[in-house]
Ligand binder design. Structure first.
Ligand code: AMP
Length: 204
């Protein structure tokens, strides 16, 4: 099964993709994570876009994505989180593969802003926390692996407003391109997971 999770930054699509990829035993591919982990020679160029909340150019993004999708673990299915971000990327993806289902995780812009501003992520295992609503037991330390919690450079108010604006202008049109299904992202994490599984016909 090849799935796309779409939603404004902070909607929880990364969190949900992690949970569901573990449950369905298929890889979770976050294009943001791929870019943040890119090789040193590409890193400088990529970081200049990310830090300002702008999209990385389509051609560069596609190169990074293609090399990930060509790995064997993607042959049977995957959850793609963060791609496509615009219609041109959606058309490119259609040339590469067929997507079975597109899930839109819906939250308001205000909620997105608050979630991103308080978001911290474990530098070791990738676990996410919200210092206001879901804080770690010890400040700055991951509950799961004791890794150091870090804040993403683009999770500041200015970059976030830019990312939300780009989402509405460039990413939302892809929802019409595919027949996407909406899930309410402003519920408990477990409830959102159940709703997604139900949409996938897996129950939950
Ligand atoms: P994310 O972790 O999905 O919020 O992505 C972080 C940043 O990576 C975005 O703000 C963009 O700068 C870049 N990025 C991620 N996915 C894409 C994409 N599909 N196209 C262009 N830029 C992307």
């Amino acid at each position: 099964m090849k799935l796309l999770f779409v939603g404004v930054q902070g909607s929880g699509k990364g969190t949900q993709a992690k949970v569901i990829s573990a449950k369905l035993e298929m890889p979770h591919i976050s294009t943001g994570d791929l870019l943040r982990g890119a090789t040193q020679e590409l890193k400088k160029e990529i970081d200049s876009y990310i830090i300002n909340g702008k999209l990385v150019p389509d051609e560069l993004m596609l190169r990074v994505l293609n090399s990930r999708l060509s790995l064997e673990d993607c042959a049977k299915g995957f959850i793609l989180d963060g791609y496509p971000r615009n219609i041109a990327q959606a058309r490119k993806l259609d040339e590469i593969t067929f997507i079975d289902k597109v899930i839109e995780i819906v939250i308001s812009d205000e909620e997105a802003l608050v979630r991103a501003i308080y978001r911290v992520t474990c530098s070791k295992c990738g676990e996410g926390y919200n210092t206001k609503t879901n804080p770690p037991k010890r400040i700055g330390v991951c509950d799961k692996c004791n890794g150091v919690l870090t804040k993403r450079a683009d999770d500041n108010e200015q970059a976030m407003r830019k990312r939300i604006e780009i989402y509405h202008k460039e990413t939302e049109p892809i929802l019409k391109h595919y027949k996407s299904v909406k899930v309410n992202g402003e519920q408990k994490i477990e409830k959102v997971t159940r709703d997604i599984l139900r949409v996938l016909g897996i129950g939950g």
